[in-house]
Ligand binder design. Structure first.
Ligand code: SF4
Length: 505
């Protein structure tokens, strides 16, 4: 699909127009310099006027001679910077653009002009500011064109989050910790996480764990010295249960020795995502260190699908490992399902829900497949047959109905680029079983310190809310060569953020 855009001189419009175009068309090219206009499927002509209002007129002419037009105007709000001034124009242009594309294609974008990852943040902003729900919903609907269905979902999620973490807005002076362990038994086809097949890499694992222990000690000491509490800890990756039971044991021992007040950390989660990594011995280690929130991820209960996506374990193994964990006292288990895996439709997804009902994990996270740029699946897209948009939507609504009927409520959501059907990933939980870490990472109310391989830190200024990203190296070799340097850099940022003056190193 080629869209030719006229009348917008500022190049900063190109990106939002491209992102919204991508919601409608799989391959969408935006031309804004008048070149190749004859090759375009549609020509869109904008007229913008900015006085006390931002006024946008837009006409779309397609190459079959059809014409669609729209007008949008919004009062210009007070602004200080050019960025704020441009943002108002960007929203007005996006509004008109989305409206006309919806009319032309007949496809309604339920998230309106939003293309970002965390829509619920918008609602939290209103709540924090003390705005009425009515005013908040009105703004989401009128300014962003979000549908009532999605506004209702956002509202339910925000309410659950505040019920689960009533002091969510006051946790800015605490931190959460993410620990990245970059190994898996094999690499899944849709995966872009730092995940290296573990077999034959013991040397690399040993060096990596040496670096990780170092980071835990240093970061833990900084937190203790500066009296900064930890809200939650999350072990992810990769698959943190890919390492041996002994290595896990030493890691958690390090956590207790280095981190402040571990007994009062609200939640410690270990992703045991791949059932083929779970053993009785490892579950005993988790129990020994009071870690009772784990993830065991089926993704699908159809064997052929697991094979097609490169997960070398059986459906039975997922079920068996779930029972093993349950019998050994794990009382907070999350399971992930993915909608739209290759060759899966309503029938296969229905089967996955049916099997989930037999296990009733405390939380169920329903992802929609996304074609991430670096994954095997995206590189060889032609090999993987995935469901049409309407079927994906149907599966999503099956998940909604199923969770509701089984007493689960949605408690966090995020969206991704290139996600099938422009849908979302939603975490559902039984009452009081929500993951606090997932809420913290989505709502960006406090700093998350990432340690280990590929771990991304997100530093959030306690006063201004400004976000600074900082990523550790993704591959174990680079990590092993530079973890000391990366740790020092993080401590410097932490000092600045929490206004501490002493040298961190
Ligand atoms: S188990 Fe998770 S981290 Fe490992 S390869 Fe599969 S998707 Fe990636």
């Amino acid at each position: 699909m080629i869209l030719s855009i006229n009348g917008l001189e500022d190049e900063r419009f190109n990106r939002p127009l491209q992102l919204i175009g991508n919601l409608f068309f799989e391959e969408c090219s935006i031309i804004s310099d008048g070149s190749e206009e004859e090759a375009a499927d549609a020509v869109l002509t904008f007229q913008i006027q900015v006085e006390d209002k931002v006024k946008v007129n837009l006409i779309l002419q397609d190459n079959e001679g059809n014409e669609y037009s729209t007008e949008y105007e919004k009062k210009l709000q007070a602004y200080v910077t050019d960025k704020e001034y441009f943002k108002q124009q960007k929203y007005a242009v996006s509004h008109a653009y989305l409206s006309v594309l919806q009319e032309w294609t007949g496809v309604i974008q339920k998230w309106g002009i939003l293309t970002g990852m965390r829509p619920t943040k918008l609602l939290h902003r209103h709540m924090k500011a003390g705005n009425s729900l009515e005013a908040a919903h009105k703004q989401l609907k009128e300014d962003y064109l979000i549908t009532d269905e999605k506004i209702d979902l956002m509202q339910r999620i925000v309410e659950r989050q505040l019920a689960c973490v009533p002091d969510l807005y006051e946790l800015k002076n605490e931190v959460s910790i993410y620990i990245g362990i970059p190994f898996c038994p094999t690499k899944c086809a849709y995966c872009t996480f730092p995940a290296y097949a573990i077999n034959g890499r013991q040397g690399s694992v040993d060096s990596f764990l040496g670096g990780l222990h170092y980071e835990m000690k240093k970061v833990g000491k900084w937190l203790k010295d500066n009296d900064v509490k930890i809200t939650t800890v999350y072990y992810g990756g990769g698959t943190p249960t890919s390492i041996t039971a002994e290595e896990m044991d030493m890691l958690y021992e390090e956590m207790y020795a280095s981190f402040p007040d571990v007994k009062n950390i609200r939640e410690v989660t270990v992703e045991a995502g791949r059932p083929d990594t779970i053993t009785e011995e490892k579950l005993e280690v988790l129990k020994k260190w009071n870690i009772d929130r784990i993830s065991i991820n089926p993704q699908s209960y159809t064997q052929e699908t697991l094979k097609a996506i490169g997960r070398h374990h059986t459906v039975e193994e997922t079920i068996d490992k779930f029972h093993l964990a349950r019998n050994l006292g794990m009382n907070n288990i999350n399971m992930d399902l993915i909608i739209g895996l290759p060759n899966e439709g309503v029938e296969e997804f229905g089967h996955s829900l049916y099997e989930s009902a037999k296990l009733m994990p405390e939380s169920l996270t329903v992802h929609t497949l996304s074609f991430k740029r670096a994954s095997e699946m995206t590189r060889n897209k032609a090999r993987y047959k995935v469901a049409e948009r309407s079927e994906v939507e149907k599966m999503m609504s099956m998940a909604e109905t199923w969770t509701q009927n089984h007493n689960y409520a949605p408690y966090y959501l995020y969206r991704q680029k290139n996600i099938l059907g422009n849908l979302e990933n939603v975490g559902y939980a039984l009452p009081n079983q929500e993951s606090i870490y997932n809420i913290m990472i989505m709502e960006e109310q406090q700093t998350i310190i990432g340690i280990g391989c590929g771990a991304a830190s997100k530093f959030i200024h306690p006063e201004t809310g400004k976000i600074t990203h900082f990523a550790n190296p993704k591959d174990p070799k680079s990590y092993n060569e530079s973890y000391e340097l990366y740790t020092d850099k993080k401590l410097i940022i932490l000092n600045e953020l929490f206004n501490k003056t002493e040298s961190p190193i």
